[in-house]
Design a protein. Structure first.
Length: 391
């Protein structure tokens, strides 16, 4: 349906049409597809493939190829597109943490590679800022890394010793700690220890794909299945040629390696390549404009309900995604509905809509909505709020 034709339909009819058209493959097995106004959460399956990645995966699935050569060739092509020295394909942002840690611990030593996660006699300490610790650092421990927490620059310098394999930074967590990115990077450089940056969700800004490596991080990890809109089970490890070579040796399809258990197939590898090609050429300003219009459309719908205040905002970077969001608050004297309860009603409605609920607001993300879905979200949210009005 053309956007114009869609705009002329009553919201309810249009929403029902969209809902009935979408997600049939899942409905057949009793899974209800959802509209994602929450964000790139793995529990909601991350993001949706760009069409070019989807097509590349179907095409890639038809042929056999030499796998080791495919890994290296696609890595080199991606490195060229992003203007960084080298790249490897991992099984997601988390896979890039695992590969980075393994590469820093073993280098290109085949015996050490075979022994992971047993690191007896090897450098195995991974230094992290305490406030950056998160569930994904499990991947460093999976590779045999022993995580050492530090809070200040003094503690960081003291912690570096002959057993230090890697310094591990989480880009989005910078505002939470007492050590700046510059200080962390400088400490690594001064000691000659590789510094990894987990930038899994750090797009936009698109420049980050090249910038972080150019700033001097030895290794940088990105998720393939978030803003890049490549396959969910793919990620990028970018950085220095020596270390990427070590990562390749620890990676699938090499057997008897730590990352052999994190296989990324030829379909994902070719899908990720297509997604990177698309992202590098994308009109990011046009995306931002479109996302802004989605949020404004929803704001218009819900601001019609009296007692409700919806405003579009862009959270500051780093620390959050610098893309348009909508913050919705209401006067509980006028509308008797807790924020979490509102999110639950949206989730359980038809079509199901996912948003973020806090104690004092709900927030909606713009960047995963398909055109048209903003109208469904606005209609559903207004309906839920209207029905909870007192009196
Ligand atoms: C999402 C995320 C990851 C994990 O990425 P996957 O591609 O889902 O494995 C790791 N670190 C951070 C900071 C993330 O936001």
């Amino acid at each position: 349906m053309s956007p114009l034709a869609a705009a002329l339909l009553p919201r309810r009819t249009y929403a029902a049409q969209l809902a009935s058209l979408h997600g049939d493959i899942y409905r057949q097995i009793g899974i209800k597809p959802l509209i994602n106004a929450a964000g790139t959460y793995t529990t909601l399956t991350g993001s949706l493939l760009v069409p070019q990645a989807r097509e590349a995966m179907v095409e890639a699935a038809k042929y056999f190829v030499p796998f080791i050569e495919l890994q290296k060739t696609v890595g080199a092509r991606i490195a060229k597109i992003l203007d960084v020295p080298a790249a490897a394909i991992s099984s997601g942002g988390t896979g890039s943490i695992l590969l980075a840690t393994a590469a820093c611990i073993t280098g290109k030593d085949r015996d050490k590679i075979r022994r992971l996660p047993d690191t007896a006699g090897m450098k195995n300490e991974v230094i992290m800022v305490k406030q950056h610790r998160n569930g994904f650092d499990h991947a460093s421990r999976t590779a045999g890394g022993k995580i050492i927490d530090v809070e200040t620059v003094g503690e960081l310098k003291n912690a570096i010793n002959s057993k230090t394999a890697m310094l591990s930074w989480v880009n989005i967590k910078e505002p939470l700690g007492k050590i700046t990115a510059r200080e962390f990077l400088d400490a690594g450089k001064a000691a000659g220890i590789p510094v990894f940056n987990d930038a899994a969700a750090e797009l936009p800004p698109a420049e980050n794909l090249s910038l972080l490596v150019k700033q001097g991080y030895d290794l940088v990890g990105f998720s393939g299945g978030k803003a890049l809109r490549g396959p969910q089970a793919s990620g990028l490890l970018l950085g220095r040629a020596e270390l990427i070579e070590a990562a390749h040796l620890n990676n699938n399809p090499h057997s008897d390696t730590i990352a052999r258990a994190c296989k990324v197939g030829k379909e994902e590898i070719m899908g990720l390549l297509a997604a990177v090609e698309v992202y590098a050429k994308r009109d990011h300003a046009a995306d931002m404009k479109l996302w802004h219009s989605f949020m404004q459309s929803i704001a218009r719908d819900v601001n019609k309900v009296s007692g409700v205040k919806a405003e579009v905002y862009i959270p500051p970077y780093p620390g959050a995604h610098p893309v348009p969001y909508l913050r919705v608050r209401w006067d509980e004297a006028a509308i008797s509905l807790k924020y979490a309860e509102c999110a639950r009603r949206l989730r359980e409605g038809e079509p199901s809509v996912e948003v973020n609920a806090d104690d004092d607001e709900i927030t909606l993300a713009s960047y995963l909505l398909n055109p048209g879905e903003e109208r469904i979200v606005g209609w559903r949210l207004a309906e839920v709020l209207q029905s909870a009005r007192r009196g």
